[in-house]
Design a protein around this ligand. Structure first.
Ligand code: PMP
Length: 384
């Protein structure tokens, strides 16, 4: 039986419109978009069309959009690029950021910078007041994600931006998980830098976006990580990945057309899944399902169950324990730890994310399959 894919925070399948656009791009648009001949100019125009679509999606100007290889690179470039562009040496972030933010900050710390990692409340949220209290005269940057990849918590980014703006400190937002389900407008959010990735929005892997406000670029241009041919207005050297950029443009087009409607449908699927699961097996929610959380995902724990074993047993469902980027590390999720969950509850935690091609039938089958698997004695950890 086909796998029921419910791991849309780890990655999403490509939308058929994306596959189609990339196929055409791979054959018709292979020329280097920096080449001055007609074929190069055609590729350049397609890249710029995609840049325009991305800019419109997030309310930015086209000149504020830089293509990267993904959110990991975008986060590295945003954080190191700002911090290295100025003499202030302090960075503020939160305990629930993705590793590509936390480890970037850690590397800055090893290089002599100071980093404040703010704790979060039981829902995984940081307050604007906490950010205000953490700011110092030497703060170079604040980095706060839009929505969490494990527990779906949406951060009060606009409130935080009001604080950072008043203090004249740039604000970076990793919007990788939020941009697929929430309306994102960089001016309304008030951020100076924003990152996301193609493969979380039904686009290709290996392509991402870094938004840098023109205001910030004019004041203090970011220091690039990659030097070379001067592509992406000198911020990110390397031949532009034309087919992936065009695929991203197509993904953004589909997203803009269906996001709000999809968010409502996915919230409905999640409610159905949770209700059906509750009929079959007890569980505890580790994430919220109301306003302030992403609509399509949930994190829950089964008592006395080792979720790693659960995943191995339930081979026809693709779900995750904690962050996929972490799962080889076998250490308890830093996010679930930060919201105060016990090691036992973390061990039994499963992250489930519904997506564009998930059906009601998938949801019911997944609930039944999980319940049956949880019921098998082999999965019980202690004393059973
Ligand atoms: N930030 C967040 C919140 C993420 O969920 C991820 C992917 N798990 C990343 C950054 C890294 O994205 P990429 O795979 O494009 O490097």
């Amino acid at each position: 039986m086909a796998t029921i894919y419910l791991d849309h925070q780890a990655t999403t399948p490509m939308d058929p419109a994306v596959v189609e656009a990339m196929n055409v791009a791979a054959t018709d648009c292979f020329a280097n978009p920096s080449s001055p001949h007609a074929a190069g100019i055609r590729a350049f125009r397609e890249v710029e069309r995609a840049r325009g679509a991305v800019a419109r999606l997030i309310g930015a100007a086209r000149t504020e959009i830089y293509f990267t290889s993904g959110a990991t690179e975008g986060n590295n470039l945003a954080i190191k690029g700002v911090v290295r562009s100025e003499s202030r040496r302090h960075v503020v972030t939160t305990a629930v950021e993705h590793k590509s933010v936390l480890d970037t900050c850690r590397s800055l710390r090893s290089a002599g910078h100071e980093v404040t990692v703010l704790p979060v409340d039981a829902e995984g949220r940081v307050g604007a007041r906490q950010v205000a209290d953490a700011l110092r005269p030497d703060t170079a940057l604040v980095s706060v994600m839009l929505a969490n990849n494990e527990i779906s918590t949406v951060q009060p980014v606009a409130d935080i931006a009001a604080v950072t703006r008043a203090a004249g400190v740039p604000l970076h937002c990793d919007a990788t998980q939020g941009v697929g389900s929430l309306p994102v407008d960089v001016r309304a959010l008030g951020v100076d830098l924003l990152t996301f990735s193609g493969h979380k929005i039904y686009g290709p892997k290996g392509i991402g976006v870094l938004y840098v406000s023109n205001g910030l670029s004019d004041r203090a241009p970011l220091v690039p990580l990659l030097h070379g041919g001067g592509q992406e207005r000198g911020l990110r050297a390397g031949t532009v990945n034309t087919a992936a950029v065009i695929g991203l443009g197509a993904a953004v087009g589909v997203l803009a057309a269906c996001r709000d409607e999809e968010a409502v449908r996915l919230a409905g699927l999640r409610a159905r899944f949770l209700a059906e699961l509750a009929e079959l097996v007890p569980y505890t929610l580790n994430s919220g399902t109301g306003p302030g959380f992403l609509p399509h995902a949930v994190n829950l724990s089964f008592e006395g169950v080792d979720a790693q074993h659960l995943l191995l047993e339930a081979t026809d469902i693709a779900v995750s324990t904690g962050s996929a980027c972490n799962s080889s590390a076998q250490e308890p999720s830093h996010v679930l730890t930060a919201i105060g969950l016990s090691p036992e509850r973390i061990r039994g935690s499963v992250r489930i994310g519904f997506g564009r091609f998930t059906t009601e039938e998938d949801v019911s089958r997944a609930a039944r399959r999980l319940a049956v698997t949880v019921g098998t004695r082999a999965l019980r950890t202690a004393g059973a």
